[in-house]
Design a protein around this ligand. Structure first.
Ligand SMILES: *Cc1c(COP(=O)(O)O)cnc(C)c1O
Length: 389
């Protein structure tokens, strides 16, 4: 495949001034990342700071109800509460080895901002987080976390004042700060080499899950399922399983309320190809090519695009992309709380919501593993309101 592309998707559509820092990251990926010294240091951080490995958990009650074996990969148990720390520790360490002293990052819901701030603090780096002004307002508890972890939070007043605008602001800021600063991108999307870089750091999820399923059940799973926002937890979970032809892989996008014409975040199912944030991919856009506002009950899935590798797997058919609606995610959230004693993030609840809503499409007796990308404590206010509690 052409460098930086997954089939027709991907690429590096950025202003000339952003090419040098992106090429510098590409060089570091080739020359620093594979070294034993780097891998040993990263592994130490993942194990002793972030809490890897994460277990896989069998769900006895739900499995009995469903008629197939339901397993969870427990990324919710990681430090800062989600898979995002895998990526931020990796990028922060790489940046440090590249001689950078500062990190910048975008954040929407604030989860990536918190994970970046934690990695920066741990590695003694400065940290600035770009966040849409409306998100700063909506996600105040994560803003407070970032500040306590020593990060500066810059509210962005442009455009829709959300994630899309925060990414544009961070890319602009990188142009003038590239000598000292690494842009720690939050998902497996954006210009090359970010989709590859983030996937490399997240693919530990699938490598572990694959080995753990073989060890615990003596076989590969029949289905692997994950929620897709920008696509980092999903690609991290899927990657080790892509060559396993017997394993069926399902990505789940957020469909919103499910009413006709409702706002959603289902870029693969409901979008068309176009360019955003430096990559050619599936995007929610109107007939004039304007990016449509995305919306999801789970802030972490609220992105109008998707990483190029997912767009490619959708087109090739290797991965099936389904939709879960708000009510399906909420039902799954409640089921996992009450039947299994686990409070999942609303993002992860979409993956589980798809499995529960489409249970009759999974063969009886099959083994299904869902990536539980994060914990749900952050979502309690939204969930209680939605459920009328
Ligand atoms: C951010 C987030 C997501 C969505 O991001 P991806 O890059 O698609 O993984 C999913 N789950 C949780 C818990 C998150 O915090």
């Amino acid at each position: 495949m052409k460098k930086g592309y997954f089939g027709e998707f991907g690429g590096c559509f950025v202003p000339e001034l952003l090419v040098p820092p992106l090429m510098e990251v590409e060089k570091a990926m080739k020359e620093i990342m594979p070294t034993e010294a780097f891998q040993a240091e990263l592994n130490d951080l993942l194990v002793n700071f972030a809490g890897r490995s994460t277990p896989i958990t069998f769900c006895p009650t739900l499995s009995k109800k469903l008629g197939f074996d339901l397993w969870l990969k427990r990324e919710d148990l990681l430090h800062t509460g989600a898979h995002k720390i895998n990526n931020t520790l990796g990028q922060a360490l790489l940046a440090k080895h590249m001689g950078k002293t500062a990190l910048i990052a975008e954040t929407g819901a604030g989860q990536h901002g918190v994970a970046t701030a934690a990695a920066a603090a741990r590695l003694g780096m400065e940290c600035t987080i770009y966040m849409g002004a409306e998100d700063v307002e909506r996600q105040s508890s994560n803003v407070r976390r970032m500040r306590l972890l020593g990060a500066r939070v810059k509210p962005i007043e442009n455009g829709s004042q959300t994630l899309k605008d925060a990414i544009n602001a961070a890319l602009r800021a990188w142009i003038s700060s590239q000598a000292t600063t690494h842009y720690c991108f939050g998902t497996a999307a954006g210009p090359y080499p970010f989709p590859d870089l983030v996937r490399e750091f997240q693919s530990v999820i699938g490598r572990e899950a694959r080995a753990q399923m073989l060890e615990r059940t003596g076989a590969l799973p029949d289905y692997v399922v994950a929620a897709v926002g920008g696509g980092s937890n999903a690609i991290g979970m899927f990657h080790a399983f892509v060559p396993d032809e017997s394993v069926r892989i399902i990505g789940v996008e957020a469909g919103g309320t499910g009413e006709p014409g409702c706002l959603n975040s289902a870029a693969i199912n409901l979008g068309v190809p176009g360019v955003l944030h430096g990559e050619y991919t599936m995007l929610l856009q109107d007939a004039d090519g304007q990016i449509e506002p995305s919306s999801s009950i789970s802030a972490g899935l609220d992105y109008p695009g998707v990483g190029p590798e997912h767009a490619y797997y959708a087109k090739s058919g290797r991965v099936k992309y389904g939709i879960a609606y708000d009510n399906e995610a909420l039902a799954a959230f409640q089921a996992l709380c009450r039947d299994e004693g686990i409070l999942p993030a609303l993002e992860s609840s979409h993956a589980l919501g798809y499995v529960l809503a489409h249970a009759d499409e999974f063969e009886k007796g099959s083994r299904v593993i869902v990536n539980l990308s994060g914990r749900g404590d952050k979502d309690m206010d939204i969930i209680e309101k939605a459920l009328g509690l």
